[in-house]
Write a protein that binds this ligand. Structure first.
Ligand SMILES: Cc1cc2nc3c(=O)[nH]c(=O)nc-3n(C[C@H](O)[C@H](O)[C@H](O)COP(=O)(O)OP(=O)(O)OC[C@H]3O[C@@H](n4cnc5c(N)ncnc54)[C@H](O)[C@@H]3O)c2cc1C
Length: 522
């Protein structure tokens, strides 16, 4: 059954429009002259694709940067794990567009994956079932690998959506069913073995893996995707019950269990995770105070304009700040009850969440140079060495293609991009990694997207109304544009596209162009 959704001559090249067919959102596109129709929501978090960017045959979701091949709907860039299902579309002799009702059509298009071939005796191991590891095991099958895939993770869970932990899950607005990336049956169907065990030792010269359960094996290739570990406070009392860090699902469940009967929370640190935790705990009606040495939350990453906005946003929602302060001591009997700060002031607390950064988790890797910060250097294809060892995600320092030098970046989407790229390389189809990094944060309903690599910025170029929440901030070093952050999704997507194509303008004079929208520079 078809529905008429508009006229063909209304949709010029590059147009995208959301229409409703059979009660469902559908996006109509004109790309490369062709008229195309897909399910209108991103498979990741239902971002409205018609508000995204369409350029160079790529359709970019406005919310988190998921990217699809406009001609086929195929997935090009995470965070979605699937492509878009195409809907039959035709233009009649009068120029009217007709789209098939999507009722019986799947909204997502699964990525083509090779099957497991029992005759293929190769074994590839992936250490860590987070963003990079989960993307890699799927990527191996997508790149035609038919041998055994063993995903070893010390978490007693199958891969899940870590960024949600500090947001809806901690706030209580998303249940546990939101978190897993795939059902168990997915891994069984694709012959991906999940082993819940800690890797206690990896000899990078021989690839021999030793596991906490006493077993060991030597795969033909291994990917280190072990992420990072949260740093802890060193102040006396930091190990009292009721003092938490947040990295894993079970960490988050422990915080939620600690909320029972709690009225006052202190969040230590003004990192993204700390600020998101503060917002989520406030949404659970706790009294929340953020203690951090910074003068302004997140200003080192996002600049004073956005830092100020986030501080105000939190304060409007009742979060208190003790900035420019560190924790001298934590005290309590059966659990934490009080924090003493470096100026002698005291804060009462029923629970404390510490978000003061992470350390790459490569302590189990031997026979390779582990950098001072705990990370591993990789080459352009994410290889650690020529002995069949790769690394991806938070643990990897990789050659950054757009601003130069090496970067170790803690972003969900980048870790997934790395995982996919490492899988391609392991399967013999590697290419230098050139993904544009990007992330997002969400605090009290304000979603800020970011693209680029802002490390070393020395000037911000704010455009629009930052305090009103409708803005773009560009980050520059001298005349070089490095990154963008803001609430104008199309600007962020356009910046990422300009960076991908190597066509970013110089910083001087960009403010005027940005007023009219960065998309005009494409
Ligand atoms: C609460 C929270 C919120 C976040 N929000 C955002 C966000 O909004 N946007 C964004 O871009 N990024 C966000 N991030 C960052 C993002 O989640 C990380 O950058 C990303 O998960 C890194 O992926 P990874 O695969 O390198 O590591 P991880 O996802 O941490 O996965 C590593 C896995 O390896 C396992 N592991 C470690 N050592 C071993 C071992 N020796 N043996 C076996 N298994 C091991 C770990 O248990 C873990 O399961 C957030 C992070 C957290 C913690």
């Amino acid at each position: 059954m078809e529905e008429r959704v508009g006229r063909s001559d209304e949709l010029g090249e590059g147009a995208r429009r959301e229409v409703t067919v059979g009660g469902k959102a559908v996006v109509l596109l004109r790309s490369g002259g062709a008229l195309l129709a897909y399910g209108g929501r991103c498979p990741h978090y239902e971002g409205p694709l018609a508000k995204g960017l369409l350029h160079d045959g790529r359709l970019v979701c406005p919310w988190h940067g998921g990217t699809f091949d406009a001609a086929t709907g195929g997935l090009l860039e995470p965070p979605p794990l699937a492509g878009l299902a195409a809907l039959p579309v035709r233009v009649d002799e009068r120029g009217e567009i007709w789209v098939d009702r999507p009722d019986d059509t799947p909204r997502q298009r699964a990525m083509p994956m090779a099957g497991r071939d029992p005759a293929d005796e190769r074994v590839f191991a992936v250490v860590g079932g987070g963003a990079a590891g989960a993307a890699a095991v799927e990527g191996l099958r997508q790149h035609g690998f038919t041998g055994r895939i063993v995903l070893v993770s010390r978490e007693d869970r199958r891969p899940y959506d870590r960024p949600n932990l500090s947001k809806d899950y901690l706030a209580g607005s998303a249940g546990a069913d939101w978190l897993p990336l795939r059902p168990q049956s997915f891994y069984e169907r694709h012959g991906i073995e999940l082993r819940h065990a800690e890797v206690t030792r990896l000899d990078a010269a021989t690839r021999r893996l030793e596991l906490g359960d006493g077993s060991s094996f030597t795969p033909d290739a291994v990917l280190i995707a072990s992420g990072a570990l949260p740093r802890r406070l060193t102040a006396p009392g930091a190990d009292l019950p009721g003092v938490f860090t947040l990295r894993s699902w079970s960490d988050c469940d422990a915080v939620i269990a600690g909320l029972e009967g709690a009225a006052r929370a202190v969040v230590v640190g003004a990192s993204f995770i700390a600020m998101e935790c503060a917002a989520s705990l406030r949404e659970r009606s706790l009294e929340v105070t953020v203690v951090a040495p910074d003068e302004m939350p997140l200003a080192a990453h996002l600049g004073p304009e956005i830092g100020g906005l986030l501080r105000r946003r939190h304060e409007e929602h009742g979060v208190r700040f003790a900035l420019g302060r560190t924790v001298a001591r934590l005290a309590g009997d059966v659990g934490v009850r009080e924090l003493e700060l470096d100026d002698g002031s005291r804060l009462e607390a029923d629970l404390v969440v510490v978000g003061v950064g992470v350390t790459p988790a490569a302590g189990f890797v031997e026979n390779v140079v582990v950098k001072e910060d705990g990370s591993l250097d990789v080459d352009g294809e994410l290889r650690v060495n020529d002995q069949g060892v790769w690394a991806a995600g938070d643990v990897a320092r990789y050659p950054e293609a757009h601003v130069g030098g090496r970067a170790r970046i803690e972003h969900w989407r980048l870790a997934e991009q790395h995982g996919r790229a490492a899988a391609a390389s392991m399967a013999g189809r590697g290419a230098p990694f050139e993904g544009v990094p990007g992330f997002w944060t969400e605090q009290f309903g304000l979603r800020i997207a970011y693209a680029g690599v802002g490390r070393g910025w020395d000037a911000t170029i704010p455009v629009g109304d930052v305090s009103g929440g409708d803005f773009t901030v560009l980050f520059a070093r001298g005349d070089e544009l490095l990154a963008v952050a803001g609430t104008r999704d199309l600007d962020v997507a356009a910046f990422a596209e300009l960076m991908r194509l190597g066509r970013l303008p110089r910083a001087g004079g960009v403010a005027d162009a940005a007023q009219a929208g960065l998309v005009r520079l494409l």
